[in-house]
Write a protein that binds this ligand. Sequence first.
Ligand SMILES: NC(=O)c1ccc[n+]([C@@H]2O[C@H](COP(=O)([O-])OP(=O)(O)OC[C@H]3O[C@@H](n4cnc5c(N)ncnc54)[C@H](OP(=O)(O)O)[C@@H]3O)[C@@H](O)[C@H]2O)c1
Length: 344
Amino acid sequence: MSEKVGEVVCLTGGSGYIGSWIVQLLLRRGYTVHATVKNLNDEKETKHLQALEGAESRLRLFQIDLLDYDSIVAAVTGAAGVFHLASPCIVDRVEDPQRDLLDPAIKGTINVLTAAKKLGVRRVVVTSSISAIVPSPNWPADKIKNEDCWANEEYCKQKGVWYPLSKTMAEKAAWKFAEENDLDIVVVNPGTVMGPIIPPAINASMQMLLRLLQGLYVLEYGVLFSPNLVVWPKGCTEQYEDVFMGSVHVKDVALAHILVYENPSTKGRHLCVEAISHYGDFAAKVAELYPEYNIPKLPRDTQPGLLRSKDGAKKLKDLGLEFIPMEQIIKDGVESLRSKGYIS
Ligand SMILES: NC(=O)c1ccc[n+]([C@@H]2O[C@H](COP(=O)([O-])OP(=O)(O)OC[C@H]3O[C@@H](n4cnc5c(N)ncnc54)[C@H](OP(=O)(O)O)[C@@H]3O)[C@@H](O)[C@H]2O)c1
């Protein structure tokens, strides 16, 4: 256990895929954790957290709704730091984008930051995404995408890709609030997060791996195609731009959050991927490792214009994070899907 024994932190979205890993790591480091869930009476949200080592004495669960400011205040009270992860993570089609994605992401972020400011929180780590970096069709073709790159809101609206829009608008709102209210925030922008699953249900990114193993790939939001049904139609590859920039192990994402929280000198956004790569690279590696599954043969360049780089997450590497490579991310993800019975 570290010198963090006794320090209280609040983590929104504690029940989720990434949130559960961060709660586990925070408890291991000696923190006392206020983790939020949407429904305290639902064992599927609480039981896996209560089973973590240290939970009995140092984990408190709070029920929040991102649109209910008072519920957030209760969870943040007493915390020196906040990790704000809770946000709808839905890449399939939604009925009402404003209600289902944009409002909870943007208003929720402002509610959490307002509570943090009022209650004297020292630092807030905001979980954004590569979806606030891509799609960015106007980025110079010869330049590797980095933390200066922002997803293009107009493009997202035109294409109806609401999840990247929700993450982009929420992150921009967070930076604006922090500047106007002199609040210390730092941002992590993870790529597609995979690896072992702690909660009973699976999230959107592990769903993506599952679909690939089932011989399906996401061509467009909410529309699944099998390689037997459709050949890669010209012009469709750009859809991938919206959802992929590289993969990252869930343990590395958890560690990244803690590193940026604990290092007071960290500033700005932190791209968090093991490498900047294409979904085609990822699918090819899955096919190589698991020939027994019917993995679709995709073109290698599924993200036209995205330059590959091993050093995309340089800021986090400089903090000492040694990223788990793609091969291990896939193996840990597949193993977890097998052990939970999603695939045989
Ligand atoms: N997974 C990825 O590949 C990836 C990549 C980059 C960034 N991210 C970001 O990382 C964060 C966590 O994602 P995840 O993959 O762990 O997804 P997840 O498993 O779906 O977790 C999302 C969490 O947010 C909570 N939440 C959603 N809407 C809420 C609301 N209206 N009020 C209160 N809580 C709410 C969920 O509660 P319930 O469980 O009760 O629904 C859940 O705990 C999100 O901000 C996501 O955008 C994820």
